[in-house]
Design a protein around this ligand. Structure first.
Ligand SMILES: NC(=O)c1ccc[n+]([C@@H]2O[C@H](COP(=O)([O-])OP(=O)(O)OC[C@H]3O[C@@H](n4cnc5c(N)ncnc54)[C@H](OP(=O)(O)O)[C@@H]3O)[C@@H](O)[C@H]2O)c1
Length: 356
């Protein structure tokens, strides 16, 4: 048993929208198996009143309470903050990350990391210059269930060679009813399903079809089609064709909620179905092995208090405590590969952002 104390990380939260509310609640959870101690040091919001209401609503019992600022800049300047969590819409990520990096803060930035790969490269270059840690908050990859899935597929070859994966993330968003400034409707904020939700379907495709990660990963052929209106996509379908012949069929829509079973992986020795509230947040998968001949399959589940965002937060704390500037599960090269892929899908599919 290690006697090392848990690493402690003091968080500055940028923005008080939905995902920030999930993140702070998860940081504040008491967990017997936590791999780090998280302190919610400061909240930065467009107004002090909004920030105060956020604390009151979501983390009223955190003691001592975080300092609430009516600007993001005050969080970047706060000496007691080690790392900033960026929970703004996609269109602000580059600026928020650069501001935090220039202030010497480490960064955990929500997905999609930026609007395009060019912006992402600019942010990583700044992080490298300043020697700070930065990671895209692709929380799903840190679920122990997902790591079990990867071990079974890649190391144990539990379904043999994978031929195809289908993954869908659809939500009934009723985008037509939203105002023009909504992050789901405004192209300048990175609206559309590709960056918001197809990124999770793409993630499952890469997790399943990539035998190697990051810079060593193979380059599949990419086909992207999109249903576009006012330059944002209401539905995206990505086809990945790997040199081995394996295919990923990875989709999203803003017009239909995907049923519980959102993913099927087919191999020559069996198949796996994955289920959960959405592809971002899996709760179980079932392995059907031809060799085992068990028609009911073997089910793997996850015991998960809260939302499951603490697994990525723990990983970040451990990296920073060890002096690393990137994470092995979500390295910079992987974020760039995803951004490059999404750029290509938009190039073929037609969705555009003003910064392109
Ligand atoms: N919602 C989810 O389920 C989910 C899950 C995973 C990841 N994400 C990612 O998290 C990020 C934020 O998503 P969200 O759903 O939390 O968004 P949201 O609920 O709309 O909140 C975004 C927050 O960003 C700040 N903001 C600054 N300028 C803004 C502007 N012009 N328009 C709107 N908000 C502005 C606001 O906080 P202040 O007023 O306090 O500054 C706002 O509350 C996105 O990158 C998204 O892809 C979301």
């Amino acid at each position: 048993m290690s006697s090392d104390p848990l690493p402690t990380l003091r968080w500055g939260i940028i923005a008080t929208g939905q995902i920030s509310s999930w993140f702070v609640r998860d940081l504040a959870l008491s967990r017997p198996d936590a791999k780090a101690k998280h302190i919610i040091q400061a909240i930065g919001s467009s107004s002090k009143e909004k920030g105060g209401a956020f604390v009151k609503q979501w983390i009223p019992n955190v003691s001592p309470p975080p300092t609430v600022y009516g600007s993001y800049e005050q969080v970047y300047a706060e000496p007691n903050v080690d790392i900033t969590y960026i929970g703004t819409p996609h269109g602000f990520h580059k600026k928020n990350c650069l501001d935090a990096i220039e202030a010497g803060k480490h960064v955990l930035c929500e997905k999609a990391f930026a609007l395009n790969a060019r912006e992402a490269r600019e942010v990583f270059a700044a992080a490298k210059r300043n020697g700070v840690f930065i990671m895209e908050a692709l929380w799903t990859r840190f679920f122990p269930l997902v790591q079990t899935f990867q071990r079974l597929v890649h190391e144990e070859k539990a379904i043999g060679d994978v031929h195809r994966i289908f993954c869908d993330l659809g939500l009934d968003m009723d985008i037509a009813s939203l105002g023009p400034e909504s992050r789901l409707k405004n192209p300048a904020l990175g609206a559309g399903t590709l960056l918001d939700i197809c990124i999770y379907s793409l993630t499952w495709g890469l997790l399943t079809l990539d035998a190697k990660r990051g810079e060593q990963a193979e380059s599949p052929k990419i086909v992207g089609v999109q249903t576009v209106s006012d330059s944002i996509d209401f539905a995206t379908s990505i086809l990945l064709l790997y040199p081995s012949g394996s295919q990923g069929i990875l989709t999203s829509t803003a017009m239909f909620k995907t049923p519980e079973v959102f993913c099927r992986v087919e191999g020559n020795k069996g198949h796996i179905t994955v289920e959960g509230v959405s592809a971002s947040c899996p709760s179980a998968f079932t392995l059907y092995s031809k060799e085992a001949g068990n028609s009911e399959g073997k089910r793997y589940t996850v015991d998960k208090p809260g939302f499951g965002l603490y697994w990525e937060a723990d990983a970040v704390a451990q990296d920073i405590a060890a002096g690393r500037t990137e994470n092995a599960i979500m390295p910079w090269a992987e974020t760039l590969r995803i951004m490059d892929t999404m750029d290509e899908v938009r190039r073929q599919g037609g969705a555009r952002f003003p910064v392109d």
